[in-house]
Design a protein around this ligand. Structure first.
Ligand code: GTP
Ligand code: MG
Length: 389
């Protein structure tokens, strides 16, 4: 699929992608596809020894702190005793499964395999905070037998770095290289799989982005979309990844909004379904992390005032979405920005479309512009938070 080319603007190309030559059917199909992209489930199982950091990883992936409501309980004593599912807070089709720890002396492999139905999950993250052990390798082999993929994650890297950072001749890259090689030695028999180094308390650092890139490549397209949408925007690189994936689907939203393409009355202007556009823009707002909860998390993590981050959001459409989602007390009269509906009306009323093709082209351009504005706003938010790289 082309990314940012004029080919995306061609109505006939959009119909072709859906394998449909009747515009009316194509609009319905585009709506269906948008819905299905939103509802496909992605089941990520997180396993590893007791205390390795499984629950903390799940919380970080869901953009939550360990002490938030609905977060997975973490601690230094064994806390996860049975399989527990955690849905993503803004994408409920993405589920993370906290599997019981494997490292206790009473761990029974057969009992574990009976309780944990490996075939249920799309992929497995095997976490360790030290070297990978016998149980980790055993599990990887069982996962492989079910023709599923596993990924080794060595967590708590922030602790490792902190403990040697004060040494003379400290070289972070060298330390990371040593840890990686050491971990890889223990899983060699599985065909030298890559080990990703991460800190659940700072996903913007180390290998989290590489992990997401790798998972993405291994997943089918619809699940890939769910994955990239759900990961928190912890760095500029992650924002770029989201941009890349979201741009690929603008044409679907543009096509799905062609409401009166379904009534083929000659010379009656094509009308755009603004509900579809509004839903799409609200969706972008959440995926990019411009929503209140994500901004609060970012402000806490980077120790920057929330107001400073919010002030970085400047584009009219992004502000209108923020305004739409803001709950105000009844007494409040202030409404500082134009409403989302008014802004969309202003854009679309000024133009009338005779053909569905024209309407598609215009809507595509408006949506692409809005997405770019929101991405630029989020870049400014990251900059205000001190995350420039
Ligand atoms: N510094 C640091 N601490 C971490 C990290 N991940 C987890 N921890 C800490 O390690 C301890 C254990 O983490 P959990 O997430 O509860 O471990 P778990 O694998 O779920 O443990 P069980 O549920 O007992 O199997 C907690 O005190 C966490 O705060 C990390 O990336 N960095
Ligand atoms: Mg746990």
């Amino acid at each position: 699929m082309t990314e940012d080319s004029s080919a995306d603007l061609h109505f006939s190309g959009a119909l072709e992608r859906l394998g449909e030559c009747d515009p009316n059917v194509a609009v319905a199909k585009a709506k269906e596809k948008l819905d299905s992209l939103d509802s496909v489930t992605l089941n990520i199982a997180v396993t590893g020894e007791t205390g390795a950091g499984k629950s903390a990883f799940i919380n970080a992936f869901r953009g939550l702190n360990d002490d938030d409501d609905n977060s997975a309980p973490t601690g230094i004593t064994e806390t996860t005793k049975q399989v527990t599912m955690y849905t993503h807070p803004s994408k409920s089709n993405v589920r993370l499964w906290d599997l019981p720890g494997t490292g206790m002396p009473d761990f029974k492999a057969n009992k574990f395999l009976k309780e944990v139905k490996l075939e249920t999950y799309d992929l497995f993250i095997i976490i360790s905070s030290e070297r990978f052990k016998e149980n980790d390798v055993f599990l990887a082999k069982e996962i492989e037998k079910k023709q599923k993929r596993f990924y080794f994650v060595r967590t708590k890297i922030d602790n490792d770095i902190r403990s040697v950072a004060k040494k003379r001749n400290f070289d972070e890259q060298k330390v990371l290289c040593t840890i990686r090689e050491d971990c890889q030695r223990n899983v060699k028999e599985l065909g030298n799989p890559r080990v990703f180094l991460i800190s659940s308390y700072d996903l913007g650092k180390y290998d989290f982005q590489d992990l997401v890139d790798t998972l993405e490549l291994d997943l089918p397209e619809n699940k890939r979309f769910a994955l990239v949408q759900s990961v928190p925007v912890s760095s500029l690189a992650m924002l770029e990844k989201k941009k890349e994936v979201m741009e690929k689907f603008i044409w679907l939203a543009a096509l799905a909004s062609g409401l009166v393409a379904v009534i083929p009355v000659p010379l009656l202007p094509v009308v755009i379904d603004k509900m579809v556009l509004t839903t799409y823009l609200v969706h972008c707002h959440y995926v990019l992390g411009l929503n209140e909860k994500s901004l609060i998390k970012l402000s806490e993590r980077m120790n920057k005032p929330l107001s400073q981050l919010k002030a970085a959001i400047k584009s009219p459409l992004a502000l209108a979405v923020v305004d739409k989602l803001t709950i105000r007390p009844r007494t409040s009269v202030a409404k500082p920005v134009k409403s989302l509906e008014d802004l969309l009306d202003a854009k679309f009323l000024a133009t009338s479309f005779i053909t569905a093709s024209e309407a598609f082209k215009f809507t595509f351009t408006v949506l692409r512009g809005a997405l770019n504005d929101m991405i630029n706003d989020m870049k400014q938010v990251l900059q205000a938070a001190g995350l420039n790289e």
